[in-house]
Write a protein that binds this ligand. Structure first.
Ligand SMILES: [Zn+2]
Length: 168
C-alpha cells in the first residue's frame, strides 16, 4: 500500500470518536514501515496494549478501524490458533481476539464484531515470509502468494463490511 501520514491515519477511523482518533497511539516509525509489503497497516497501541488499529485502502479510500484486544488465545500452551485474515497459525498468544465497535446506531447500542487475528496484525509479513510465526506458520497449501494475498484481502474486506454494516 502507499505510505500513510499520521494525519491521514487519524482521519481514516470509521468506528471511533474524533477524540479517540486523536488520542490513538500511531506508530512513530511510519516512514520506516515496509509499505510495499503491506496489504494493510495494523498495529498495537504502544501506550495502551489492549488497543489495536488497522488501516486499509479500499477503492482508493482509507478505512481505519479501532480494535479492542479482548483476550490472548489462552487455550493451553501448545494450542494453535489461526488468524482469520491471513490463516497463519500461531501458538502462545500469537493470535488474539480483537473486537471492533460497529459504526452508527449499532455501535452506539454496544454492538461489536470480533475476530481472531495475528496479535501483532502483521498478516502481510507472515504471508510474504518477512516474519515467522512462533510454533505455527502459514498452512501448507498449493496456493500462490498472489492467491493468498487476494484471500486475505477478501477476509479483511468482509470484516470491514461487518463493522460498517447498515442496520437491517
Ligand atoms: Zn494474520
Amino acid at each position: 500500500m502507499r505510505p500513510l501520514t499520521e494525519r491521514e491515519i487519524r482521519a481514516s477511523f470509521i468506528n471511533c470518536s474524533k477524540g479517540e482518533a486523536k488520542r490513538a497511539g500511531v506508530p512513530r516509525d511510519l516512514p520506516d514501515q515496509p509499505w510495499d509489503d503491506l496489504d494493510f497497516l495494523g498495529w498495537r497501541d504502544p501506550g495502551a496494549p489492549e488497543r489495536a488499529y488497522l488501516v486499509a485502502e479500499r477503492d482508493g479510500a482509507l478505512v481505519g478501524v479501532a480494535l479492542r484486544v479482548t483476550s490472548g488465545a489462552a487455550r493451553g500452551f501448545t494450542a494453535r490458533s489461526m488468524c482469520s485474515f491471513c490463516l497463519t497459525t500461531h501458538t502462545n498468544g500469537g493470535v488474539a481476539l480483537m473486537s471492533a465497535r460497529r459504526t452508527g446506531e449499532a455501535g452506539r447500542q454496544g454492538n461489536s464484531v470480533g475476530q481472531y487475528l495475528c496479535a501483532d496484525l502483521a498478516c502481510s509479513l507472515y504471508l510474504r515470509g518477512g516474519k515467522e510465526a512462533a510454533g505455527g506458520g502459514v498452512i501448507d497449501e498449493s496456493l500462490t502468494l498472489e492467491d493468498k494475498l487476494a484471500r486475505t484481502r477478501t477476509n479483511l474486506y468482509a470484516f470491514l463490511d461487518k463493522v460498517a454494516a447498515k442496520p437491517e
